[in-house]
Design a protein around this ligand. Sequence first.
Ligand code: SAH
Length: 252
Amino acid sequence: MLVSGASKGTVLESVTPLPSRNADPDELRKFGDLAHRWWDTSGEFAPLHAINPLRLEWIAERATLRGARVLDVGCGGGILAESMAARGADVTGIDLSEKPLSVAALHGLESKVAVRYEAISAEDIALREPAGFDVVTCMEMLEHVPDPAAVVQACATLVKPGGHVFFSTINRNPKAYLFAVIGAEYLLRLLPRGTHDYQRFITPSELSRHARAARLSLDAMIGLHYNPLTRRYWLAPNVDVNYMIATRLDAR
Ligand code: SAH
């Protein structure tokens, strides 16, 4: 899930993806336009801040972070990347929208949590550093990409055999449309309108199929839930709307 906004003004993205690249320039621009708000915990990215402790714990329960080489794909302003680095991981964050990366780097200077940030696609870094990471995370990003299967494959190429790859995205069904689009963008206004395109949502079976095709075995799957009355998020088995999966690359 998460963020973007009615693009106001003329913020120029310095990255202009080639049409053949597995990226949607409009999506990258949306995140670029809002980048300055990334660390405002009550702004457009508030949901990412709110869910971060939950997903960080879920990851840390399954993968050792201390001392691990970790790649965060589609890291945006670095919320998850920084939190994993604070747990002792050696983290690289990549994204194709440059403004969020600059915001992430600046925030790291302030918080004194070291993360390497780079504007490069998952597919390109997979060519440069195959099997280079113990853990790969790719959260709230696949539903913004034209060919998510190619990103899943790149994540599998990037992780060492036996290493962990984590994904999160939004399911595609009428309930997900109601909650993630109508609820989050129109009724509760948790996210700017236009943040999510229903057509790009990904069912757990599609994501599992992409993972299996890339030799990633499914370890666990969990849903991410929100109660607008209590404003509380929690994890539970139901994966009808937002969900995460944990996978491991088959050791050959
Ligand atoms: N993963 C972060 C940010 C999620 S927002 C988190 O969960 O906290 C989605 C991010 O995906 C944005 O920063 C956007 O710029 C990035 N993104 C979208 N398409 C991308 C692509 N093709 N390659 C890399 N990053 C992409």
